[in-house]
Design a protein around this ligand. Structure first.
Ligand SMILES: [Zn+2]
Length: 418
């Protein structure tokens, strides 16, 4: 693939503008973001930006990343880092800590560019590990314990983001079997939607084995963008199978997968209307249908109620359209936050008090809006244990991937000790 060289720096530029306006981006870890960006941009990453990203971001997985208003990472110096490490070590010895875990889909393996899926078998093994080595509890119980300053040591909370129907059909029976409670954060605008979440629709359109046209042209917000696919025009079964397992994934430049990431990056910050228009263009270009796969379809209203039934699963809010809130004005953010809560309450017939930030992305004003909307807590995707001094509107969570029980157990211990 030969991505339009002007295209990718523009994307990077807007991303940097976003960072500037948020004042203090914080992401996962060091060089991860650089390789991630290189992956997504087909290796066509402007070196000038590399240093900025190294300093400014801790790592990035856009479906799980965050933008938090706590500190300016660009100003970090070694002494400060060392002091933070020491504080963390002392904190670890003196305080009890819990972990909040984030899942998305539970279904059999499929192409999964963001590692969102966990198979039912592995999910069951994870819950066995949790029962054996931790104290699984409801999110509201953890929040109450947090308010009292008494988080039980090795407490764990299971959460799911987005509102996939398989949370009812695949995850809930396993949760019941192991008697582990969970919170499912549902994007209300997708309830009963016959189509998939846009990022899934995009992977189905672009990551299907076969031949595609050589050039994708999109008009987004009145601007022309294009991608020349080059060798990525062809996408073989073998490449597809390899991309289906991204656990050790380092997508190569010029591949169909890097093309997918590059288009994703362009759509991610858009308002709903603009993204829908772009998706229509892409689906038409790829001749891809819009009927949702069973493994990827969102819950309908009846299913949301059934998921809640029995009391083991709590339903939380996740905005209306799953927008990247930090890219939008306070008015749009308020509409999304309050709208999602209101729509879910109509479906459920009772108040919804837990929230999670789509893509983990928020600013300080976003957290204030969430609190004012009447929520009692909000989850981010910052990968840290929960302890008594966390802001309950910035509760960190660890993203869980399709690991075996053994691997999950190792990760759990590492997270408790991080
Ligand atoms: Zn989400």
């Amino acid at each position: 693939m030969e991505p339009k060289t002007a295209d990718l720096p523009i994307g990077s530029f807007f991303f940097l503008i976003g960072i500037g306006s948020n004042a203090d981006p914080a992401e996962r870890s060091g060089n991860g973001v650089v390789s991630s960006w290189k992956k997504r941009s087909g290796g066509n990453f402007p070196e000038d930006y590399v240093e900025i990203f190294r300093k400014g971001i801790h790592g990035w997985n856009p479906l799980r990343s965050r933008m938090v208003g706590k500190e300016d990472d660009c100003l970090r110096i070694p002494l400060v880092k060392k002091m933070r490490r020491t504080v963390r070590r002392v904190r670890r010895r003196l305080t009890s800590r819990g972990l909040i875990l984030m899942y998305h889909r539970v279904s059999e393996k499929d192409v999964d560019p963001w590692s969102l899926n966990v198979t039912p078998r592995n999910f069951s093994e994870h819950l066995m590990v949790l029962k054996r080595n931790s104290f699984p509890m409801r999110l509201d119980r953890l929040v109450n314990a947090h308010l009292e300053g008494k988080i039980p040591d090795r407490a764990t909370v299971v959460t799911f983001d987005d509102g996939y129907a398989n949370n009812l059909y695949e995850a809930k029976p396993v949760l019941e079997r192991h008697d582990v409670p969970a919170t499912v954060f549902v994007a209300s605008g997708y309830i009963g939607h016959r189509r998939e979440f846009w990022w899934d629709e995009l992977d189905r359109a672009l990551l299907i084995p076969g031949r595609m046209p050589g050039r994708l042209e999109l008009v987004i917000s009145g601007e022309d963008h294009h991608w020349d696919l080059g060798a990525a025009v062809e996408y073989g079964e073998e490449e597809y199978r390899r991309d289906s397992d991204m656990s050790d994934g380092e997508p190569q430049s010029g591949t169909r997968l890097s093309f997918y990431f590059s288009v994703w990056e362009k759509l991610h910050p858009l308002p709903e209307y603009e993204r829908e228009k772009a998706m229509e263009q892409i689906l038409g270009w790829a001749k891809s249908g819009t009927v949702a796969r069973q493994t990827h379809r969102p819950l309908d209203a009846e299913e949301v109620r059934r998921l809640k039934g029995g009391g083991l699963v709590e339903i939380g809010a996740h905005t209306v359209h799953h927008l990247s809130l930090s890219s939008h004005s306070p008015a749009v953010q308020r509409e999304e936050i309050q709208g999602g809560k209101g729509e879910l309450e109509v479906v459920l017939g009772h108040p919804v008090t837990s929230f999670s930030y789509p893509f983990g992305q928020f600013r300080k004003d976003t957290a204030t809006l969430v609190r004012r909307a009447g929520f009692s807590c909000a989850c981010t995707t910052e990968e840290e244990p929960v302890w008594n001094l966390n802001d309950r509107f910035q509760l960190p969570r660890f993203g869980v991937e399709d690991w075996s029980g053994e691997e999950f157990g190792k990760r759990l211990e590492r997270w408790f000790n991080s």
